[in-house]
Design a protein around this ligand. Structure first.
Ligand SMILES: Cc1cc2nc3c(=O)[nH]c(=O)nc-3n(C[C@H](O)[C@H](O)[C@H](O)COP(=O)(O)OP(=O)(O)OC[C@H]3O[C@@H](n4cnc5c(N)ncnc54)[C@H](O)[C@@H]3O)c2cc1C
Length: 386
């Protein structure tokens, strides 16, 4: 990014992965940055998620291309030292249990290959050679060798540290200060903070701040953590993802809930097993019925899990949008307002790239990547009070 225009004062609302990345790129561009969070850094979805930096699962088309860019950026940030030790390459293994799912993996593999992604079609025997212990129900699979993993809360803390920004914690932004159709700052409980530009990266909390009604939808996900299956790093070469996960992504039917199974071998040797997609649920409770459904599915896929102890369960809340795409861009009516939210189950992967784009927009520059399809302009905006 070139030098910022006159070192703008930018307030970033939200210290999740998107806000932290925005702050990082803004400070690099010379902006004066204030980051405010209603709670603490990574208190939202970024601290209660899995960390697949994965192209394998993305919808074909622009989202798949964006994910490829996002994963490359992780690689570059890792190499440059910014995220050293936090991003790790590994294969993703998609698996099919029915003839329909086998066909879906074939067409999804072709879509990935068309985008230039390396893919390896796997028979059941190929899969068993890579992952002994796969259950009898598994018919075939697809390996995507160039994917990766990063833990959201670690990335948030590293980016904020690299930015040299101290987050204002427990400081909910209650509204925007607006003058002559321009955002000129934010209002908290006890002060107004002036700004040339405001970036709303507040996940689900973005709704009342961005002036676009009824577009964001909470989608809860429950996850299960086991004890260590290995004392020498990850117990499997990569995550096992159900082809049903692709159905959830490719069809993205609003209003549907269910389980799209991922068995993720963490570098600690533990398994992170998830997750549900519970439309309209913004609480962070876990419940026996959903946890049991996830575990039943997981045991069918990888019966060796029966040996593990469950040490905890937790839930996070994804911020989905009505049309299944994130919202990134300038506000349609108000100057000085940039929005970056709605990343559903893709924000750990996309976060640094979207933060880089939001920072460029805040500095009056074009985003370096094609994000026109994410513009907030696609939604009707009620007339804003000025
Ligand atoms: C179960 C689960 C599994 C997931 N797995 C993956 C995965 O494997 N790979 C992947 O890429 N993504 C995954 N995700 C998605 C990913 O976690 C999110 O897309 C990403 O964390 C969103 O980041 P964010 O910065 O937009 O929002 P958040 O992390 O939610 O941050 C928003 C921040 O804004 C703050 N805030 C809200 N309102 C206000 C206000 N009024 N004033 C000030 N601050 C405010 C909040 O306190 C919060 O800290 C998963 C999510 C879940 C729930």
């Amino acid at each position: 990014m070139s030098a910022a225009q006159n070192s703008p004062r930018v307030v970033v609302i939200g210290a999740g992965i998107v806000g932290a990345a925005t702050a990082y790129y803004l400070t690099r561009a010379g902006a004066q940055v204030t980051v405010i969070d209603a709670l603490t850094p990574a208190a939202g979805a970024s601290g209660a998620s899995d960390g697949a930096v994965s192209v394998a699962t993305k919808r074909p088309g622009p989202m798949m291309r964006l994910a490829r860019e996002a994963r490359s950026l992780y690689g570059a940030l890792e190499r440059d030292g910014v995220l050293s030790g936090l991003f790790h390459r590994r294969s993703t293994y998609l698996f099919a249990r029915t003839a329909e799912e086998v066909a879906l993996l074939e067409s999804h593999g072709a879509d990935l290959a068309n985008e230039g992604e390396r893919v390896i079609a796997l028979t059941r025997n190929d899969l068993l050679a890579r992952i002994p212990g796969f259950g009898a129900a598994i018919l075939a699979g697809l390996e995507v060798p160039d994917d990766g993993h990063a833990l959201g809360y670690q990335v948030v803390n590293r980016l904020l540290a690299q930015a040299g920004v101290v987050v204002r914690r427990h400081c909910p932004v209650r509204g925007l200060s607006i003058a002559q159709r321009r955002v000129v700052g934010v209002e908290t409980d006890d002060q107004q903070i002036a700004a040339d530009v405001v970036v709303v990266a507040a996940g689900l909390g973005s709704s009342p701040l961005m002036g676009i009604d009824d577009v964001l939808v909470p989608r809860k996900g429950q996850l299960i953590v086991t004890d260590r299956a290995s004392t020498k790093g990850a117990a499997l070469p990569g995550p096992l993802m159900s082809a049903r996960y692709l159905v959830a992504k490719r069809a993205a039917t609003p209003g549907q809930s269910g389980v799209s199974l991922v068995i993720d071998p963490l570098r600690t040797g533990q398994f992170l097993i998830g997750s549900s997609r519970e439309e309209g649920c913004a609480d962070r409770q876990t419940d026996a019925r959903t946890v049991a459904a996830i575990l039943r599915d997981a045991l069918e896929v990888y019966p060796a899990l029966a040996r593990q102890r469950v040490i905890r369960t937790f839930a996070g809340v994804r911020t989905a949008t009505r049309d299944g795409l994130p919202i990134v861009g300038h506000h349609p009516q108000l100057a000085g307002l940039v929005i970056a939210t709605g990343f559903e189950g893709d924000g750990i992967c996309l976060g640094p790239l979207m933060g880089a784009a939001a920072a460029r927009l805040a500095c009056g520059l074009e985003a370096q990547i094609d994000i026109d399809f994410l513009t907030p302009k696609r939604f009707p905006t009620p007339a804003m009070a000025t």
